[in-house]
Write a protein that binds this ligand. Structure first.
Ligand SMILES: Nc1nc2c(ncn2[C@@H]2O[C@H](COP(=O)(O)OP(=O)(O)O)[C@@H](O)[C@H]2O)c(=O)[nH]1
Ligand SMILES: Nc1ncnc2c1ncn2[C@@H]1O[C@H](COP(=O)(O)OP(=O)(O)O)[C@@H](O)[C@H]1O
Length: 243
């Protein structure tokens, strides 16, 4: 079967001590309760399908998305610390840096003019506007890593994930979900980095993102950051042959 596209295997794995053991994608033990899609075949046994941006090694890109405040940046920071073998794409954004963010680490912070230039020059693999700012993935570094067989992760929004799905049908799309909506609100407010009106915009966008969960291949529930990281690494290992 084809792993991408309609009938894509979908797994919902609660990750965290309270949620029981995490399950391997396609190992037949996932509940799939929220998305009862057909589940024949194991993704790791499906040969790579060439996409517009696929590298010759068949190495597949992994995309992490989820609503604002769910913990994506925290997971990425933990991966950066504990799994330096994974290459994390650094996006360009027109958003202003938050306290503690460093240009070139979390993002390349650019002005609107530079962002326009990158779009016009076709240098972005995908880009989207999110809560009043623009964000995009520089294509060249991603393609270089995929070509070299390096496990590669993008942390991007839903619109970006959809663009990646079109451009690279083999990409693994992982949805990071909160344990509950209340927890998501509490995390976003607790982070204390945005004023209330921005929080409201992000929560509104978050409802849209949550509704799109069935479009993703795998859902991980962010109860424990460490366990989400381990599951992500497992998924990437299966897909890119990393040991
Ligand atoms: N499409 C797209 N979205 C991105 C990119 N980089 C970051 N994002 C997303 O933009 C949204 C806002 O990011 P950010 O301002 O850092 O806020 P946070 O997610 O609440 O920490 C998040 O959903 C990110 O995943 C990118 O290169 N492309
Ligand atoms: N598993 C978790 N348990 C408790 N708090 C978490 C967890 N993951 C992230 N957080 C906290 O939630 C807030 C939002 O996380 P963040 O990584 O900024 O989210 P995102 O990048 O998805 O917007 C932060 O204050 C972070 O410390």
């Amino acid at each position: 079967m084809s792993w991408s596209g309609e009938g894509r295997l979908h797994e919902t794995a609660a990750v965290g001590a309270a949620a029981g053991p995490a399950r391997a994608a396609g190992d037949g033990t996932g509940t799939g309760a929220r998305n009862p899609l057909p589940r024949s075949g194991r993704p790791e046994e499906t040969p790579p399908r060439p996409g517009r941006f696929s590298g010759p090694t068949g190495n597949r890109l992994t995309v992490l998305s989820g609503p604002s405040g769910v913990g994506k940046s925290t997971v990425v920071a933990e991966l950066r610390r504990t799994h330096p073998e994974v290459w994390l794409s650094v996006s360009v954004t027109t958003r202003k840096p938050r306290p503690g963010e460093t240009d070139g680490v979390e993002y390349h912070f650019v002005d609107g003019e530079e962002f326009d230039r990158l779009v016009a020059a076709g240098e972005l693999l995908e880009w989207a506007e999110f809560a009043g700012n623009r964000y995009g993935t520089p294509a060249a570094p991603v393609l270089e890593r995929l070509e070299a067989g390096v496990p590669t992760l993008l942390e991007i929004d839903l619109q970006g994930a959809r663009q990646v799905r079109k451009a690279m049908p083999d990409a693994l799309l992982v949805f990071l979900a909160p344990p509950s909506w209340e927890v998501l609100e509490a995390r976003l407010r607790g982070r204390g980095t945005e004023p209330e009106d921005v929080i409201e915009r992000r929560l509104a966008q978050g409802r849209i993102e949550m509704a799109a969960e069935p479009e993703f291949d795998v859902t991980l529930i962010n109860t424990s950051v460490q366990e989400v990281c381990e599951r992500l690494i497992d998924l990437m290992r299966v897909r890119s042959g990393v040991r």
